[in-house]
Design a protein around this ligand. Sequence first.
Ligand code: KIV
Length: 271
Amino acid sequence: MSVNKEVKKVTTNTLLKMKVAGEKISMLTAYDFSFAKIIDGAGIDVILVGDSASNVMAGHETTLPITLDQMIYHASSVIRGIDRCLVVVDLPFGSYQSNSDIALASAIRIMKETGGHSIKLEGGEEVLDSIKKIVSAGIPVMGHLGLTPQSIYKFGTYTVRAKEEAEANKLKRDAKLLEEAGCFAIVLEKIPANLAKEVSESLSIPTIGIGAGGNCDGQVLVMHDMLGIITEFKPRFLRQYLNIHEQATKAVQQYISDVKSKDFPNDSEQY
Ligand code: KIV
């Protein structure tokens, strides 16, 4: 496995250098102390405290219900579990769309109350003023284009975005604007691989893809999907590395059976 052990702490600058060197960036979501410790210890470059916590931690259908306070709880738990990786925290729906002052206030709360290293927000031209304001306050910003789940009710479905020329052209324009506004990286979610390649090659900042093909500068997956904690969600872009759901179910069934049969606890498991 190729973890660059010379990098003691991953920073936004490290990611830029990785793009220049052609070294792919690895990113996974995490929402709590214990998994953050495992993922950071394994050598991940970036942990995203995603607003997907709304789905995989709280069981909501969309990312819309999660609040800024809840994101702060998740992010501060993650921060206590990490040592090396860069931590990016999602600004949740409703915490930045109204105006750039509110966006900055939300970003400042994330930085002050969690110890996170940067924030991510969704959208292009529409959120440019907010990005500029947050960046000028010294807070690193990751952009997010393509399928932006906070706008799911505008899209109507979770299908691939920017297949049509007009939407692809807007995405290319937005990516440039985000770079000019000072974003240090951009997530490209569920767009055609050729478009992601073109955008990645046109930018000097890294792109991190999810369902956007192999030519992005890095890849991100939701931890619960790739570890098989949640197994119902099976999009084509997902590679599932474990089936924790199945393994945990078997372990719990064994425990129940051991309790019922009085096998647990045995003599050596008591005082
Ligand atoms: O919230 C999240 O998990 C995300 C990733 C899908 C990129 O934004």
